[in-house]
Design a protein. Structure first.
Length: 290
């Protein structure tokens, strides 16, 4: 009996996950992606228990995730030139498992994406292809091609993504002296901006700062050397709690706008369906962006 063939457009996060699940259900998925492979632009993921619960349905997958689980979360303030700790509570793996069944895992996006693709390729011969301009046919097509989805445009016409007025910039940095020996998810609230930082490896922290600025594209491209130096030497580099050191030592700092799209009444048309940001984009906050 011929298997039902499904073309999945996009090898970000939703695409490979969908391909793995489709294969376990007897479908024959193939993924097409415009980029040659994973890149660092997306920085990191904060995988929350609800996401890990879904990923745990893939046999032995969660155990292979190379990331860090924080022991506590701290919310700090740098308002009015004062540095105060507002809250400090336990989010250790043991505590999170007792409450939600799964811990929180913080991981570099490129490492997580590579693990997904490797799993999709090896999970009973799922085929993954990176190509541009290749024509193919299948029983169904799933558009997982992100905020600026060409699949969505083909189905429902071109529409403008709505800029929220918020911009984020961030990077990966060596662990600062103030945070050595600690596994802390740290949020800092300051005048007109917010910073979140968390460990993704033994010696590496990921961080992002949200602020209001003029519109910036959502392309996740690394800033120029001059732009990165301006951020590293800017006023935020004086922040305490280890935040300033992270900014000063940021590697491949990216900057991107946060966008939303009008709600669709339907996520499919005929044999084509949308998934992920192509269907319902969400902001990259609280570990729920992907």
């Amino acid at each position: 009996m011929t298997k039902t063939r499904v073309i999945v457009v996009g090898a970000g996060i939703a695409g490979p996950v969908l391909a793995i699940f489709l294969k376990t259900r007897g479908y024959d998925p193939i993924i097409y992606e415009r980029l040659p492979g994973p890149r660092e632009g997306g920085l990191s993921f904060m995988l929350q228990p609800n996401g890990l619960r879904v990923l745990s349905l893939i046999p032995e997958f969660v155990e292979q995730i190379q990331g860090k689980s924080p022991d506590k979360i701290m919310h700090c303030s740098s308002l009015d030139g004062k540095e105060d700790i507002l809250t400090d509570f336990d989010i250790s793996p043991h505590s999170m498992r007792e409450r939600f069944g799964f811990p929180m895992i913080e991981v570099r996006r490129s490492e997580f994406q590579k693990l997904l693709i490797d799993t999709a390729e090896n999970h009973d011969a799922v085929e993954v292809t990176f190509a541009n301009g290749v024509k193919d046919t299948a029983n169904f097509v799933v558009g997982c091609d992100g905020l600026h989805s060409n699949t969505r445009t083909a189905l429902f016409g071109k529409e403008k993504a709505d800029f929220t007025g918020l911009v984020q910039f961030g990077g990966l940095s060596p662990m600062p002296p103030a945070l050595r020996g600690k596994l802390v998810l740290l949020s800092i609230y300051a005048d007109g901006c917010h910073m979140v930082m968390h460990p993704v490896a033994d010696d590496k922290y990921s961080w992002a700062i949200t602020t209001r600025e003029a519109e910036v594209k959502e392309d996740w491209k690394t800033q120029s050397v001059e732009q990165q130096d301006k951020i590293r030497g800017g006023p935020l580099s004086a922040w305490g709690f280890g935040a300033g050191d992270l900014i000063k030592t940021g590697e491949r700092i990216v900057k991107y706008g946060l966008y939303d799209r009008p709600e669709l009444k339907s996520w499919f048309k005929g044999r084509v369906v949308l998934l992920g940001d192509a269907a319902h984009p969400t902001s990259p906050h609280l570990g729920q962006g992907a």
